[in-house]
Write a protein that binds this ligand. Structure first.
Ligand code: CDP
Ligand code: ZN
Length: 167
C-alpha cells in the first residue's frame, strides 16, 4: 500500500579559517567531488554537506535512524571517513527495506564555489555511488545573497529531498 515515501535532509558545515593553518589543509568535498584549491570545512568526517544531507533524506524517508545516530562524530574509528561510504550504507538500508530511489533534488547554498562548474561531476559521483541512472539526481547551487553566516562565507549548507518507491 505504502509504495512511495518522501524524505528531506539538511546539513551545514563551517568553513575553516585560513589562519588555522593545520586544518586549512583539509580539502573541500561536495557530492564526493574534490573542489581543488578551495578551503575545507570543519568536520569529523570529510565534511561533505551534499552527501550528508542526501543520506539524511534517504534515511528520513523510511524513518530510519539519522546520520548522526548511525555515525556518531565522537568515534575514533570513523574519523576522516569518506562520506560516499556513509551514503552507500544508508542506501543499502533503503534497499534492504525493499525501496529504491525515484529521484533526489539537492540544493547547495554557498557563496563559493560556483556549483554549476562541478554539478555534472557531482551527479556522476552520487549516481554511481547509488548505482542509479544520472537522470535520477539533480544538484544545483544558490548563494545566500551575502546574508547570514553562509552569505558571509563562514559556512556551506545543503538541502536534499528524495522520493523512494518500493515498486
Ligand atoms: O539569481 P538568484 O539571486 O536567484 O540566485 P543566485 O544565488 O545569485 O545564483 C544564481 C545562479 O548561479 C544559480 O541559479 C545557480 O545556477 C548559480 N550558482 C552556482 O552555480 N553556485 C553557487 N554557489 C551559487 C549560484
Ligand atoms: Zn555533515
Amino acid at each position: 500500500m505504502d509504495n512511495i515515501r518522501i524524505g528531506s535532509g539538511y546539513d551545514i558545515h563551517k568553513f575553516l579559517e585560513i589562519a588555522l593553518f593545520e586544518n586549512a589543509a583539509k580539502k573541500l568535498y561536495l557530492g564526493g567531488v574534490l573542489i581543488e584549491g578551495h578551503i575545507g570545512v570543519a568536520a569529523h568526517s570529510d565534511g561533505d554537506v551534499v552527501l550528508h544531507s542526501l543520506t539524511d533524506a534517504l534515511l528520513g524517508a523510511l524513518s530510519l535512524p539519522d546520520i548522526g545516530a548511525l555515525y556518531p562524530d565522537n568515534l575514533k574509528s570513523t574519523k576522516g571517513i569518506n562520506s560516499i561510504e556513509i551514503l552507500k550504507y544508508a542506501y543499502k538500508l533503503v534497499r534492504d527495506k525493499g525501496y529504491g530511489l525515484v529521484n533526489a533534488d539537492i540544493t547547495i547554498v554557498t557563496q563559493t564555489p560556483k556549483i554549476s562548474a562541478y554539478k555534472e561531476n557531482m551527479i556522476k559521483s552520487v549516481s554511481s555511488a547509488l548505482d542509479v541512472d544520472k537522470s535520477r539526481i539533480n544538484i544545483k547551487g544558490k548563494t545566500k545573497e551575502g546574508l547570514d553566516s553562509v552569505g558571509k562565507r563562514k559556512a556551506i549548507e545543503c538541502f536534499s529531498v528524495c522520493l523512494l518507491s518500493s515498486e
